[in-house]
Design a protein. Structure first.
Length: 438
């Protein structure tokens, strides 16, 4: 073959490679219980950009792989998390995430509450705390807690699997933060179904006593007309969550520092301020060994004025804030004919691309997601929140997040996933209202 002919073939191949469209990108979606980490299956839909919603199907248990066309970096995922509210009322909770790959992440994990199996295990043992004065013992898992005494002998619920945790507290009175004496996390427990966890003697010494730190008085940083209160929680490396380390109002006070933190343990301090339909949050995450004072401060509520239309499709407008938000949490809850539909949306600033309007498109017309539509005769409430935080929304959803677990309910809001990386801070401005559809 002549040199000219070889060169011609080479040029043709090069031109074909240059003119062919670039390959699309794959996004991996994992559904996992936020506490135990076990995969689960649920109806899942997705859309590319602002296009039509379509059903997606698993490639393996709890794993869905989505293909984005070349040149498109925006996509949305909706998961239907069915749940029963008791009596004759049924509820559907639909979680929607609208994200952009500009943040560089391509694997995201979503969770629904109360979807994983629960192991009930018998806990037996005794507590020895030489010389310490206490009259209460609390044993707490990621799913359950119970007040007992010594010896330990009761049944607790745990996420099934190995390397589970049990927190043992001693204290007096009502076990408020000032009443706590010892805290110890027992790690590496095997929560097999029907197992008996024989703890033997749990020794509690001077190095298991909780320390003391301060929450600064933040009344001077509280917007006019708002009242506020706070809590401090321990989130362990294994997913256990205890929100009783501290709590109080804007005058500040004492919180208790846990002893012997593991490498992955985190402290989460949350302050919430309220004034009618407006809520403000300041969420601070720190390493488990921090004992310096917590200083809360809120974003101004004046730079965010969202609106909601219970239309077809449901639509949020005026999604803009000062300073600019990393994203927005959007929520509405409707009641119709004895059923409840709840829709929670987390839309990133990258997905919005500067737009100030968001709607759900045709999601409510898709089988399995009808609860997203708001029919005539419905009534309910809505909420919109501006996320002013350090990490991008996509990076939070791709990383380790606060699971919540059993708590007082304070940490069930805000709805958005909270990061667990030390130094992360989330300020949130929420506004809400009500609607009725004739």
């Amino acid at each position: 073959m002549s040199r000219k002919l070889i060169l011609a073939f080479f040029l043709l191949g090069w031109l074909a490679a240059c003119s062919s469209p670039p390959a699309g990108r794959e996004v991996t979606i994992r559904l996992a219980d936020p506490i135990g980490g076990l995969p689960f299956s649920a109806p899942l839909a997705y859309r590319v950009g602002t296009g039509r919603w379509s059903r997606a199907f698993e490639s393996e248990p709890g794993v869905y792989r989505l293909a984005l066309p070349a040149g498109e970096d925006r996509f949305g995922v909706a998961v239907n998390c069915p749940m029963a509210l008791g009596l004759d009322m049924q509820a559907a909770w639909i979680k929607v995430r609208e994200l952009s790959l500009k943040a560089g992440e391509r694997s995201f994990t979503f969770g629904c509450r109360n979807v994983a199996p629960v192991t009930r295990a018998r806990v037996r043992g005794s507590v020895a705390a030489g010389g310490a004065v206490y009259d209460k013992v609390l044993a707490l898992t990621a799913l359950d807690g119970i007040h007992g005494g010594a010896p330990l002998d009761f049944e607790l619920a745990l996420p099934p699997g190995e390397n589970r945790e049990l927190l043992v507290l001693t204290g007096q009175g009502r076990l408020n933060q000032g009443d706590l004496v010892h805290l110890k996390v027992l790690r590496g427990l095997d929560a097999a179904p029907g197992a008996t966890l024989d703890l033997g003697t749990v020794g509690l010494g001077a190095d298991d006593r909780l320390g003391t730190a301060q929450v600064e008085d933040y009344r001077g940083r509280l917007p006019s007309g708002f009242s506020s209160y706070y809590r401090v929680a321990l989130a362990t490396a294994g997913g256990l969550f205890y929100d009783g380390l501290g709590g109080g109002d804007a005058s500040g006070g004492v919180w208790r520092t846990p002893p012997n933190p593991a490498a992955g343990d985190r402290l989460v301090a949350v302050a919430r301020a309220e004034n009618g339909p407006v809520r403000l949050y300041d969420v601070q995450v720190r390493g488990g060994d921090r004992d310096d004072p917590v200083a809360f401060a809120f974003a101004s509520p004046d730079g965010f004025s969202p609106t909601f239309a219970a239309s077809d499709p449901p639509t949020f407008e005026q999604l803009t804030s000062d300073p600019p938000a990393r994203g927005f949490e959007l929520y509405y809850k409707q009641s119709f004919a004895g059923a409840v539909g709840m829709v929670e949306v987390l839309v990133s600033a990258g997905w919005l691309g500067g737009a100030e309007r968001y709607d759900l498109g045709d999601l409510g017309a898709l089988p399995g997601f009808q609860a997203a539509a708001i029919p005539s005769g419905s009534s309910g409430g809505w909420m919109a929140g501006a996320l002013l935080m350090d990490p991008e929304v996509e990076k939070v959803l791709a990383g380790r997040r606060l699971a919540g677990g059993r708590s007082s309910g304070f940490f069930s809001y805000p709805l958005v996933p909270l990061p667990l990386e030390p130094g992360s801070r989330v300020r949130l401005v929420e506004k809400s209202g009500y609607f009725t559809v004739p």
